[in-house]
Design a protein around this ligand. Sequence first.
Ligand code: KIV
Ligand code: ZN
Length: 498
Amino acid sequence: MSDRLFIFDTTLRDGEQVPGCQLNTVEKIQIARALETMGVDVIEAGFPVSSPGDFNSVVEISKAVTWPTICALTRAVEKDIDVAAEALKYAKRGRIHTGIGTSDYHIKYKFNSTREEIIERAVAAVKYAKKYVEDVQFYAEDAGRTDNEYLAKVIEAVVKAGATVVNIPDTTGYCLPEEFGNKIKFLKENVKGIDNVVIATHCHNDLGMATANTVSGILNGARQAEVTMNGIGERAGNTSLEEIAMIFKSHHDLGITTNINTRCIYNLSKTVSSLMNMPIQPNKAIVGRNAFAHSSGIHQDGVLKNRESYEIIDPKDVGIDENSIVLTARSGRAALKHRLEVHGIHLEQEKLDQVYDKFLRLADSKKDINDDDIIILAGHERLASARIKLAYLQVTSGVGIKSVASVGLDIAGEHFEAAASGNGPVDAAIKAVKQIIHRKMTLQEFLIQAITRGSDDMGKVHMQVEHNGVNYYGFGANTDIVAASIEAYIDAINKFMD
Ligand code: KIV
Ligand code: ZN
């Protein structure tokens, strides 16, 4: 058996299903190119039949990327497969990923069907997809809770029908590592033809075991790991790419190798987090900001004497360059440009000048400018074309007084002003905005986060605003947390006022 583990990245499909994480096609291409540079084998670019946006992203990613296989998801439905094949027409290497639920829960409640009929539908879908592409991957949805004997029958039938990869998802994140490993072992030992195809794992993290289950699957014979950057994905997320790559790099005695250039991990993790408005928990393995921060005196002393006393990974191996230049008010445009390019952000001279002006203003109020700050500053420039812009904001608040806010908005070139009071500065400012924008909207979620540590730091705000039964997501970042909140509120409004 080959010991090369294929890395199948589904950040742009399963990862993008997270509410509020939707990306436009340009952003998806940026991530896809970075995944290619990092060395992933397969990029799942979308579910083309689900929306014109997803269809278009698969088309454009297929054009933009050369080496990785581009994969498109379908249900076991002919129309889905037709649309996926059409979306993949520019892919140098295209794969259709079709499948159906195989657990009794799915068979009985989702499909009101029988085990025999599900096998027929699975086989028909694989044969139909084979008319378009050679490389057909089959997924047995909820395989984690599917009886092993029956799962083996399904897999044997789709292998016979021509599947090249068989994906065994733990869709609900239910399995225990030993149980999941045994499932893969059972398939290896009981499915005719299994040695001619690749077995894939696709584990969700509902019980915090996605990575453990994936590792167990691989140690029992799977050779494709389905993963996302930062472990993002529906509910508690998917197995994270960086964990799988670093586990097999650190435990090289296991003899499993990937094609991942692990030095690309840190930057790509930040890019994904920033573009998807999805903060990384500080203690996230490999990419959390505390992953390599030693605060206890004993640890610091140990690391200074010999890094390996307390660190199993050299931060440089994941692309954390301790010697990277810290940007300050004295840094020039070239340093800023370089740092943005490291994150895949290429700005024209005029845009760069605008970002640089903002950078200098921020540097006046904050000692060190970190990568998060400059990515946000560049993101701000993208917002400059929004229909509604915050012209000014003034708030008075304190203990024992009512908060008052006055707000100026520029809407499609016209200027509007309003003032209001509230039970806090954000409440007052939102009420003032509502006096200008007469739409029925309700704030559903409001999340404030400091990017790093100090009181001079940028605050990031994520908001969810409901309008006409639909949730819209807004993001703001500013050293002033009230301003960041109003920016996030206006960002959300811009999504339905466009
Ligand atoms: O979790 C799952 O089962 C999936 C399949 C569509 C592969 O995402
Ligand atoms: Zn999934």
